[in-house]
Design a protein around this ligand. Structure first.
Ligand code: PMV
Length: 314
């Protein structure tokens, strides 16, 4: 048990190719985004006070024993303690995050990852990335029902991944042969993952063959993109993003707001753009050359983007 303060963090993530289709067994590609971050700090508390969970940004404060059953922090803390066969320490865990909530950037998985790491380390355990990823997956299940596992994987491993649900060899690290720059554009609208995943499921139940054909085409894009990322053919990625976005529109998960931000990004010089994450709201990701970033950010802000960040994948 640590007698001092312990702090852990976890990055956000962005899905470059393959969202939704990944739930149906197709591959997807995601990269960590270290420009946004979740942190968890564990401070020792007086003997007998138990474990207190504080979501600083939301103004929530619970004891673990008094927390609502499905509170995400409480679920993550309980799963971690059960996994380590440990009892709740006398401590306070304070969680903060600069990742927009329901913004398609993995805020929930990042907060859980930071908490799991900090709590395990406070009680004297160092968990592997795989162990953290599996625990966070269990937390994600409580909130999303049928997550593919891509969010917990890319965030807990903190590296670009080529992800296939249930792949026996586990997640594959993607090697990036030539760096490329992305704009991540927050629409400011929430992206309710669970609802959008069930909208796609309804579509699939209504039209299994048509939906499966869309999933396959999206999977083919992810396979092709992997090859281009691993060989440094960055220019080929933009058109694949555009194609992936068109298929996501057909799948029914885009919205006028996201389509408009995609168009503005392309008009401002992005070589490709698509929605990222579950859709409806959340984020758009665009591939852009470094010298065009400032002008593109200005155009996107004028077009109503709530926030625009850029990140380099290398
Ligand atoms: O919106 P996010 O960041 O939670 O991403 C969801 C990605 C989906 O493919 C739509 C769902 C999943 O579990 O993979």
């Amino acid at each position: 048990m640590s007698s001092g303060l312990v702090e852990s963090s976890a990055p956000g993530k962005v899905i470059l190719f393959g969202e939704h289709a990944v739930v149906y067994g197709q591959p997807a590609i995601a990269v960590p985004v270290s420009e946004v971050v979740a942190t968890a700090t564990v401070e020792p508390a007086p003997t007998g006070s138990g474990l207190t969970l504080v979501a600083a940004d939301l103004g929530h404060r619970f004891t673990l024993s008094g927390a609502p059953r499905h509170d995400p922090l409480a679920v993550a803390a309980r799963l971690t303690l059960d996994y380590l066969s440990a009892s709740a320490p006398d401590a306070t865990i304070i969680v903060r995050s600069s990742i927009p909530i329901a913004g398609g950037l993995g805020s929930g998985a990042a907060v859980s990852t930071a908490l799991v790491r900090a709590l395990a380390s406070f009680i004297g355990h160092s968990l592997s990335r795989g162990e953290v990823s599996r625990l966070v997956f269990e937390v994600e299940k409580v909130h999303h029902g049928t997550p593919s596992g891509i969010d917990n994987t890319v965030i807990a491993y903190e590296q670009p991944v080529y992800f296939e649900r249930g792949a026996p060899s586990g997640p594959e690290r993607l090697s990036v042969a030539a760096p490329f720059t992305l704009l991540i554009i927050d629409s400011g609208l929430p992206s309710p993952t669970k609802q959008l995943v069930s909208r796609v499921r309804d579509r699939w139940l209504r039209d299994p063959e048509g939906s499966a054909a869309l999933f396959r085409q999206i999977g083919d894009i992810a396979r092709e993109a992997r090859h281009h990322i691993e060989t440094g053919a960055v220019d080929a990625l933009g058109p694949l993003m555009d194609k992936n976005h068109t298929l996501l529109i057909e799948l029914g998960v885009s919205s006028p707001t996201l389509n408009r931000l995609v168009d503005v990004a392309r008009d401002a010089g992005a070589s490709g753009a698509k929605l990222s994450g579950a859709g409806h709201g959340g984020s758009v990701v665009a591939l852009i050359q470094a010298e065009k970033i400032d002008a593109a950010i200005a155009s996107l802000r004028r077009a109503g983007a709530a926030r625009v960040i850029h990140t380099t994948v290398e």
